[in-house]
Design a protein around this ligand. Sequence first.
Ligand code: DGJ
Length: 712
Amino acid sequence: MKKGQTSIALSCWRLDKGGRTAVFASFESGTPCLVHFGATLPAQEDLSLLAQLTLPNTAGGQLDPLTPLSLMPSAIEGWQGHPGLSLLGAEGQSATPDLTLAEAVEEDASLTYKLSDRLDRVSLTLAIHLDDTGLLSLTTHATPKADSRISWLCAGAVPVPDRLSRILDHGGRWTGEFQQQERLFATGQYARESREGRTGHAHFPGATFLAIDCGETSGECLGVSLAWSGGHRMIAEEIPDGRRQVQFGVADDGVSDQPISSPTVYLAWSNDGLNGLSEAFHSLGRRFSRTKLAGRTVPRPVHYNCWEAIYFRHSPEELKQIASHAAELGAERFVLDDGWFKGRNDDTTSLGDWNIDKNKFPDGLTPLIDHVQSLGMRFGIWFEPEMVNLDSDLARAHPDWLQGPGGQPAGRQQHVLDLSKSEVCDHLFDQISAILSEHAIDYIKWDHNRVLTGGMPGQTVALYRLLNRLDAAFPDVEIESCASGGGRIDFGILNHTTRVWLSDSNDALERLRMQHEASRWIAPEIQGSHVGPRTCHTSGRVLPMAFRAWVAAQRHMGFEMDPRELTDDEALTLKRVTAWFKANRDFLFSARHHRLDTRDAEVHAEMFASAGDDGDDRFVLFHGQAGASKQIATRPYQLAGLRSETFYDIRLVNPEDLPRTLNQNVSSPFSKGESVRLSGAALMAGALRLPNAFPATMLVVEGQSVRSGVQP
Ligand code: DGJ
């Protein structure tokens, strides 16, 4: 656009769905921009005016053109920030794309834009969709032409409104996933990058942009996440005129002269706090699980996983004994972890040789599976298909199948198979298929225990293809995503899996925080959570069984200790909580999940609440007391998701976990374990004072709406 220009040629489009409006505009037939995403706008809204108002007037020291922030911003338009697409010419020189809108197709709640380059070096297709949960998705497909190559392609540059100045995202590490971090936008770039070829413990590919006053239950925020399980890059940027953008794309050290597609980036907007974003992202993660688990009578069976009980020491007799104990405690699926295949006695050997170890299982796995099934449990098994030990028949037979270049460092004594070779994937498919076809197995824990050395997008694409192939061949087999715990959790892998192993830490204190944080993105039932050994293997902590069990019962519950270590008391407690989980899981995992603002760093509180059309409303409140609070008494906080006019009968499910020392003089009948009746309005105004709790205690509260006609 020229200096001093007053009239601008504009085309506008709007999508309305899921309580959200998205408006796009193309200035002077340039690449369209996202000019509004959020609250539903009236039908009469002047979209052209909205679009024009996104352009700041130019001042001294700037280029003359008014430069919109388009979905694929480019320097040739005058954009001074990070470009959406980086092109290289035949000689490796930078070639700025000069894009123009060739075609726009609108259909239902979708838009497809075709863009061409004025010098014909690239063509792009942008696919946009707004779904009925209010999630907006953007995906870009790029075809380089005439010797051009692509070195960066974002899924679509997203403007971040000025008022959303806080950036919340997650760092993390092995056994310490989903650590929240926060900063404010400032001039320049804030970049996040995973170069591990997998999502990474430290790099969940998502970020939230919040208003200063936004909390869990109120305020405005925008969540953005890339559905991709490989190396990725995020750039959140404020340019000198104050405008802000966020771009997500694949991290790749190479350049592509072939057509490439960006993974999809998903956007959610909420004016009801962070829980509003979580609601939309939970529905995204649930899509695959819902289809996969449809028709199952018990979609989330209680797991028993033998890893921390026996590690590599597999003996059928001992495993049968453990299985019997686990079933007695309430387990419904037995997962045989690492150690069952030929020669796998420690982690230095045998990855790649997916044949049953005849020394450990002379009669194969069938007698163990029969035993497990006779106890009423299903059977699952561990694989780490993408990996190989040098000490394996596979590596000896096919040294050329290892990921190159040579001299790759080992990680956990293992190397990576090059999945971009079709013969490698065929081999893996055959090996896994043989085990699945010959046994009654309906579950795979799919592990990935080392980082790669670079973004390696081809590996991720091939993995998705292999998972699709297995899904087609074994539609009843579920897959859990594990990567040394939570190293591969994202909306790409959730298109193929029904559960994530959140962390290798079974320390309930750490889990309490982690699973609470992870719930910003990942639906509670998708997160696996196990009751580990009495002395935690990754922290050395010893925590009470009640706490360990309730923390696991907040998510997809499981056990991972040697059940023979349990005292009678511990076994009774675990059975009681497991029975509660089984009786309530259908409710929990169909209810809406809310994190609560407790204003107490030691308390992680969350609610599962349903508001049925028939007035039969319920809620479960989990008050997780991690450490000792600064103040003596539990601070009352506001509940969420209730109907103001409805009265609820409320009771503490576990009064036996209250310490007398901290509750010597008790004021309310509620603290004495009696049921009390309060309105949703009072509860959401912060009326409920919970009893005082010891560190490492979970208080569990159930609320049931009083049926209409019953007076309080
Ligand atoms: C890492 C996983 O996270 C553990 O749960 C276990 O499966 C081991 N790998 C097995 O090697």
